[in-house]
Design a protein around this ligand. Structure first.
Ligand code: V47
Length: 368
């Protein structure tokens, strides 16, 4: 046991013992970390876990995020992104537009396209199948990570299909994995206040379970720093940890700090950087069965994302290629989110870590 922890209480002792022997901490211990533990205690343990798993390695990929449309039938109160048809900043890409974007980035040798958007009132599953088929015809090697559980449920309802069949036909058309959004906080009371029309918690989990059973891996997120209590963050992570124990299909967990600009949730202040870093640390400690913790830099900024590498984070998402607007429209400091590969590597190195290019399933592509 580390000398540093000689004079601490018995709850902390119990947590340390579990962390050192790779055992999950309990929900009560997780809540205790948020409510009672020092920032430095959480940071120390999260860094220990990160170091044991990956040393200084920090993963990134060469990717592009394409938001195919910002039309959406849901009106989530935290969302700054959706627009009605005809509004000046409403967009609606066609398949040819997506191919044009990919062609314009040919020199960047992208390995992944991340596709999401709103719940489009007029498009059906077939449109997205055709999109995937066309992408794979022109870019056969690119990994298609697309859609959240919320979109999958919407497509299934629109086309009167089961979740399983919807996922199967998308997979047969080229879908390789699911994105982690739409989880928000997996508590239906909180959801009724911040996103009343959205997929409920059980369905969100069930879509991921079904995807994992079909051989599609996925990510998971947590939108925090709004009306939820600290314990809700742990209860959210516990539901994810439980599903991961069954399927093992989640690749990474992405905490997304609520951004206040341009939406209707009416919360004045964003949580502090300290709280953000403590949340990353506790996620790393609590989610002992999720391989990676990702800092999504278009949301919290390059420097803060790089700082989080010392607080349990080991993944920086990717180079992004300036095509995502969810966070610039919500007031992020990154108004044109794009990094070249050398810039990404420099950022990671300048914080004392070792950049490692990965593919979408976290296989290492190159190490220097
Ligand atoms: O589901 C929306 C969140 C998510 C705001 O899977 C907001 O690799 C903060 O899920 N403040 C979409 N957050 C983005 C997402 C994502 C991003 C990067 C990588 C991956 C992945 C997934 O963004 C939404 C919602 O939880 N969000 N509005 C806001 N104002």
């Amino acid at each position: 046991m580390n000398e540093m922890f000689k004079n601490i209480g018995s709850i902390e002792q119990g947590i340390i013992e579990k962390v050192y022997s790779d055992e999950p901490i309990t929900i009560e211990e997780g809540i205790y970390l948020f409510e009672n533990s020092d920032f430095s205690f959480c940071a120390f343990l999260a860094d220990k876990i990160r170091n044991k798993k990956f040393g200084k390695k920090t993963f990134y990929n060469k990717n592009i995020h394409v938001e195919i449309s910002n039309r959406c039938v849901n009106k989530c109160k935290f969302c700054s992104f959706y627009r009605e048809k005809g509004m000046p900043d409403c967009w609606d890409l066609e398949i040819s537009d997506v191919l044009k974007i990919l062609n314009s980035k040919k020199d960047e040798k992208l390995t992944e396209i991340h596709i999401t958007g709103g719940l489009h009132p007029e498009k059906f599953t077939k449109f997205y199948c055709d999109l995937f088929v066309e992408i794979k015809i022109h870019f056969p090697k690119i990994h298609i990570k697309a859609f959240t559980a919320v979109e999958i449920e919407y497509f299934a309802k629109k086309d009167k299909m089961s979740i399983t069949d919807t996922l199967k036909i998308l997979k047969d058309s080229g879908l390789n994995s699911l994105a982690g959004g739409g989880a928000e906080i997996l508590d239906d009371n909180i959801r009724s206040k911040i996103c009343p029309e959205k997929t409920n918690s059980e369905t969100w989990l069930n879509v991921h379970k079904t995807a994992h059973n079909l051989g599609l891996s996925s990510n998971c997120t947590m939108l925090y720093g709004h009306i939820e209590k600290l314990e809700d963050r742990i209860l959210h992570m516990a539901r994810i940890r439980d599903l991961q124990n069954i399927t093992g299909g989640f690749n990474c967990f992405i905490p997304l700090k609520y951004k206040t600009y341009g939406n209707r949730l009416n919360i004045e202040n964003e949580i502090s950087l300290m709280e953000e870093l403590k949340t990353y640390s506790i996620a790393r400690i609590f989610l002992n069965n999720i391989p990676h913790i990702k800092a999504y830099w278009p949301m919290n900024g390059k420097e803060n994302a790089a700082l989080s590498l010392s607080f349990g984070v080991d993944d920086m998402d990717g180079t992004i290629s300036d095509s995502t607007k969810i966070y610039s429209m919500a007031g992020s400091s990154e108004q044109k989110p794009e990094m070249t590969e050398p810039q990404m590597r420099n950022l990671i190195e300048s914080h004392g870590f070792q950049p490692v290019e990965r593919d979408s399933e976290y296989n290492q592509l190159a190490v220097i």
